[in-house]
Ligand binder design. Structure first.
Ligand code: JFZ
Length: 422
């Protein structure tokens, strides 16, 4: 697996491993409920899923006033949690802009709050040394008569998408790439059946404004700088090209008054190890509430996962995809650093007596194994049985599990990792 060998433009992304996604907009205010009815899914889709007339949805402008919002709180917490970049929804599918756009009055500047939220995050990230990125929905726009998706206020037959594309998308993307400093990435979404020529033109606009600004895979047709996995999805096989998996903490991107089914810290770590072990980045979401605050449960989970990362970050940062082992790993997952010639075993299901772990398929000779947290050396036995063509590594573990969420063993190798193919 290529380990962080990448052209300069992608280096920061490959090394980041972990980012904070922020879904925030007018949909935050209803939080998944409208006139006593619950939105069927995705609170940020409430206008479409409940076919809310634009004249009613626009009323939310007068209620957008996040009195407790502090951008530095978000950026400092993201750093504490081990995240290296932030992706903020500058404009989601409802068409509402969190920035001071001159293209449309459908923005945060026309609310009681009246301040540029993209600007505040951009400044805070620059000040705190985090990479700032923006999400932009380039096809769906349920406010604009020529945007895709609002079939209950507008007649699709009368829509002229190119009028929307050249009248709103290109000018707003230029505003984002011109007025908010260096962006790490622009995160496009749901290209649907957008003509490939327009996707290429959009990419050209990004490159013309900021050549080093990455474009995610959802610009469409493989034009992006890296592949975007489906929501909450992890590829089966490891990949050497850069990719990212966007994930929710509960079941919705936008804030929800009802959905309290949050992933545990352990589930977050399992996903992080699986994604990083296959060569990807995990982009994990929070949906601020109407006061501009991070939901308490989100903070609790991300804080606990961040504690683990503070101690075990060596097994995540500076690693790359692990070659696919011949058997599923029943006790956890693997990450690998070629520059440190170290394979990290993430033990999430700790063995009972006799406290012995087995890894099958590793061909590279092992020179030593230690508990990452304490550095304590561990006894191990490595063997190869020709008759069964089987490489086995047995490791003796302490009786008391050092870390119930994920105990990391650092396996030092005599050379580049080599895995048996069966
Ligand atoms: C999209 C948005 O519709 C959603 O609101 C959220 O912003 C999410 C991050 O992105 O949802 C998608 C887009 C693509 C897939 C699934 C959901 N997909 O490719 O399976």
């Amino acid at each position: 697996m290529a380990d962080n060998i990448a052209d300069n433009k992608l280096d920061w992304f490959r090394n980041a491993k972990y980012g904070l996604f922020i879904h925030w907009g007018l949909y935050t205010i209803p939080g998944g409920e409208w006139n006593g009815q619950l939105a069927p899914h995705g609170t940020e889709w409430i206008m479409k899923t409940m076919r809310i007339p634009l004249k009613d949805y626009r009323e939310l402008l007068s209620r957008f006033d996040p009195d407790a919002f502090d951008p530095y709180y978000y950026v400092r917490r993201a750093k504490e949690w081990g995240m290296k970049y932030i992706v903020l929804t500058a404009k989601h599918h409802d068409g509402f802009a969190l920035f001071d756009t001159k293209v449309s009055d459908y923005s945060v500047m026309h609310t009681p709050y009246g301040r540029d939220i993209v600007r505040q995050f951009s400044d805070a990230c620059a000040s705190e040394g985090l990479t700032f990125c923006v999400y932009y929905s380039q096809m769906q726009d349920w406010e604009d008569p020529d945007g895709n998706g609002n079939t209950w206020d507008y007649d699709p037959a009368c829509q002229d998408f190119s009028r929307y594309f050249y009248g709103k998308v290109i000018p707003q993307v230029r505003e984002l790439l011109t007025n908010y400093g260096k962006l790490g990435m622009i995160w496009f979404d749901t290209p649907y059946d957008m003509p490939v020529a327009l996707c290429r033109e959009l990419a050209g606009t990004v490159h013309a404004c900021q050549p080093d600004c990455l474009i995610n895979g959802r610009i469409g047709y493989g034009i992006g700088d890296f592949r975007e996995a489906a929501d909450n999805a992890i590829p089966l096989l490891s990949r050497s090209d850069p990719w990212e998996s966007p994930m929710t903490l509960n079941h919705t991107w936008g804030y929800s008054r009802r959905d309290n089914d949050f992933k545990s810290p352990r589930q977050v770590l399992e996903n992080l190890v699986r994604v990083v072990g296959k060569g990807g980045n995990l982009l994990l979401n929070v949906g601020p509430d109407e006061h501009g605050m991070i939901p308490a449960k989100s903070e609790e989970v991300l804080c606990a996962a961040g504690e683990w990362l503070r101690v075990n970050g060596e097994s995540i940062y500076g690693t790359s995809g692990v070659p696919d082992f011949p058997y599923l790993i029943p006790w956890g997952g693997l990450t690998y650093s070629s520059c440190r010639r170290t394979l990290y075993l993430h033990v999430m299901h700790y063995p009972s007596y006799p406290y012995r772990l087995l890894l099958t398929g590793l061909e590279t000779p092992v020179t030593g194994i230690r508990l990452l947290r304490s550095g304590a050396p561990l006894q191990f036995m490595q063997s190869y049985e020709p008759a069964r063509d089987e490489h086995r590594l047995y490791i003796s573990l302490p009786e008391v599990c050092p870390d119930t969420d994920d105990t990391v063993l650092a396996v030092s190798l005599s050379g580049p990792v080599s895995v048996q193919k069966i």
